[in-house]
Structure formats: structure tokens, C-alpha cells
Design a protein around this ligand. Sequence first.
Ligand SMILES: NC(=O)c1ccc[n+]([C@@H]2O[C@H](COP(=O)([O-])OP(=O)(O)OC[C@H]3O[C@@H](n4cnc5c(N)ncnc54)[C@H](OP(=O)(O)O)[C@@H]3O)[C@@H](O)[C@H]2O)c1
Length: 447
Amino acid sequence: MLSYLPGCNSSRRDKDIVFDSFPAGELPDSEPRERWLAYASNTRVQGRTATSAATRRQSQINHTRKELMKAIVWTKYGPPDVLQLRDVEKPVPKDNEVLIRILATTVTAGDREMRSLTVPLWLRLPTRAYVGLRKPERITILGQELAGVVESAGKDVRRFKKGDEVFAATGFSLGAYAQYICLPEESEDSVLAPKPANTTFEQAAAVPVGGLEALHFLRKADIQRGHQVLIIGAGGSIGTIAVQLAKHFGAKVTAVDSTGKLDMLRSIGADQVIDYTKEDYIASDPTYDVILDVVGKSSYSGSIRSLKEQGFYLIANPRVSKMVRGLWTSITSSKKVVTETASRKTEDLLYLKELIEAGKIMPVIDRSYPLEQTAEAHRYVDRGGKKGNVVIAVKHSTDLSPPSGNGQREQRRSAGEGHSVHQGEKRQAEARSGVLADVGPRQTARS
Ligand SMILES: NC(=O)c1ccc[n+]([C@@H]2O[C@H](COP(=O)([O-])OP(=O)(O)OC[C@H]3O[C@@H](n4cnc5c(N)ncnc54)[C@H](OP(=O)(O)O)[C@@H]3O)[C@@H](O)[C@H]2O)c1
């Protein structure tokens, strides 16, 4: 599971892939060979012995033959400034992989927590052990989900071909903050499927992580028509899909989040909303058949008290103490506590695609930033209050401007203002004319 960057022949170690000495935008293929030779010998081999200089020059020449791409490189654990736009080596697909031209990705809570190493305490050492002890070394590009177009496919790939529109969760290898990525056609970790036909790339990119997580947990609870479901943290990536899925399964949904998201939560189907900054959402009597706590901040004993017999308490982001108590509750009572990590399956992503195409669910997009302003997008997410998802649009011209100033390329309208998308065509039309229309038409994303 923690294999080194599964799916790509090219190493993404920072020291190997970053071509700092070449001017941004001057890609090797666009340079005459002689100029690159001169450039390499002037910049990298000056002052060394003839033998090592020759070796290094040859190595430089080999490097210059490789194609480059733009990516946001994660240089340290820390604030958003550690994310920097650089030229890195474009990956080459293995026989069982597709090379995807990424057109959109997202900033998830998971990306933000990895970047700043603010994962739960018990996960910090394993995260450092996997990513890099002092700084990111094994994984140097964040980004857990994406949508794009298959650029090429390895000889053993059966389900995809050049030109197919896809969306994907990258799994533990991350790497979506880039112009290209290689993903295996089938994997235990990453998940790849054809993009829903009725979404933009930016909408599709916002589905896999939150959608697969929400689906995994809600399925555990075997929701029946009329069940009372409480969703805590309903206004984020996982929560906004969870609200729509629970409604699709026939539940009555009470959605908990902060003040600015309550209208949006009503618009995507929540029957009741509770502002966690003003009210206690824990009921004094057994009220709920299912409690899904996306952020892991609910009171354990209060939540168990609010659950009916045979009820499910699902915790997507649990602390160790809740895992231990949950095990005990599940053994000693009729109530079940689920704290596991969500599995990722291709069939589940295909199921989400079907629901989207049927107009049952649709991702909520808060705003979109261009790739070169990914650090600014992280700053926005760090501030809290994001509605649904923050998207990164990935352009493919060579004239990406350097990160500048503040703010997103286009300010998005709030997801609650006009976004209402889970009831068929009418909802989709509303979505297109509302927030989702702002999110970038397909032809723009492809430019
Ligand atoms: N996305 C993933 O890949 C994934 C997978 C597994 C687990 N997780 C973990 O699950 C957590 C949630 O993921 P996500 O992607 O849905 O995050 P998210 O998009 O940030 O959503 C979390 C939501 O919870 C709200 N919230 C914060 N404190 C709350 C409280 N005390 N009571 C009720 N709501 C509260 C937030 O609102 P405000 O910002 O307005 O406070 C936000 O709307 C993260 O910690 C993440 O690491 C994520």
C-alpha cells in the first residue's frame, strides 16, 4: 500500500526532478540541442575534472531529452508557502498504466493536513515515515483526486484509450497537483473511472475523495427509508456528498455545520440544519438511526446517547480513544461504532458516476484557482469555512504565469446561492446557471 509512487516510471524525488537551473517555461523539447549542451556545461559542470564533467554533461544531455511538466512541488512541512510551482519530469506510463493529462484537481482537508503535518497525533510518525522524515522526499506532489483526459495507455491497459475522459482518486501516491500523472488501470489504492458525462472536469475532480468516503460509511449503516441520519461536518467534501447520498437512500437528514453553509445544505436536500457554532446538536434522547461524524469532533458519550438501539455511529476521522471506546460499545451493546479507513473500489466510483448522471448527486464547488495559485487555494482552505470543495484548474499552455498576489482566478459564488443539483435536470440546469456554471466550461479547462 505504501509502495513508492506506484504507477510511474519516473522518480518524483525532489532532488531528481526539479530543474531549477533552467528558466521557467523553457522546456527542453523547445530548445535546440546545442543550446542545451552549452547550457548544461555552463551551469552544472563548470570547474570539475574533465572526466566527471564529461559524465555529468552526458547526464545533463540525457535529462534534457526527458519531457518536463509544471507541478506544484511540496518542499517542506508547513504553511501554504511550501507549495511551489516548478518544472518536473513528466511521468512515463508502465504497461499497466495510463498517462492522464490532468485538467482539474482539488484542495482536500487531507492535502492541507498532510502539507502542514496536522494529521491526528497517532498518524504523525507514520506520515513522516512514508512521506519523508524531515521534509517531503518520497512524495513531493500533493493532490488526491483529479479529472482529465487519457494521453496514452500502456500495452496491457484494456479499459481506457487515448482521448478518454476520466476522473480518479490517486490513493497514497498523491501527485495530482501537476499537469500529468500515471495511474494503473486497476489498483488496490488508486481508483480510475470514466468521467460523468454531465459534469465539467472541475466538477468531476471534486467527487472521488469525498464521494468514496461518504459512500463507504453510509453503506456500513444500511440506511432504510425514513431513517433519521445526523451528519456532523456536512458542509465539506465528504459531508456534501453524504447529505445527498443519505437523501437518495431515503433518509431524513439533519446536517450540522457552520453558519455560512446552512442555506447550501438545505439546497442540497438537508431536512434540518444545525449551526454547530451556536447550538448543541447532540439530542438528549435516542433520536438518530445513524450519526456520521466527518470531522471526529462529536462527544462520544453524547452521540451514543442520541443513537437508537441498533443504530450506527460512523466516525470518519477518529481519535484513538474513540476507536477503543467504539470497539467496546460494539461488543457490549446493540449500537455499532465504525472507525475504519474507507476502502476505494472502482465499482464505487462507477456507482457515483451513475448517480451523478441520473441527477441524484452533484459536487458542491466553492471556488476555483489556477494551478499556479495552489498555495493561495491552500490559504483559503486553511481559513476554514469552505463550502464543499475548492478546485484547482490545470492549464496546459507553456505560459503559466508565476504565482502572484492574492486571490483566486475567479471568485466563485457560494454553493448555497443557486446551487441545487440533486433532483434531475431542473437541478442540473440550476447548477449550470449557478455556482457550477462558474466553475469553468470544459473547453476552458482543456485549453
Ligand atoms: N477527504 C479525505 O480524503 C478524507 C478521508 C478520510 C478522512 N478524512 C478526514 O475527515 C475530515 C473531514 O474531511 P473533509 O474532506 O470532509 O473535510 P472538509 O471538507 O474540511 O469538511 C469538514 C467540515 O466540517 C466542519 N466542521 C469543523 N468543525 C466542526 C464541528 N465542531 N462540528 C461540525 N462541523 C465542523 C467544517 O466547517 P468549517 O470549516 O466552517 O468549520 C467543514 O465544513 C478531515 O479531517 C479529513 O482529513 C478525509
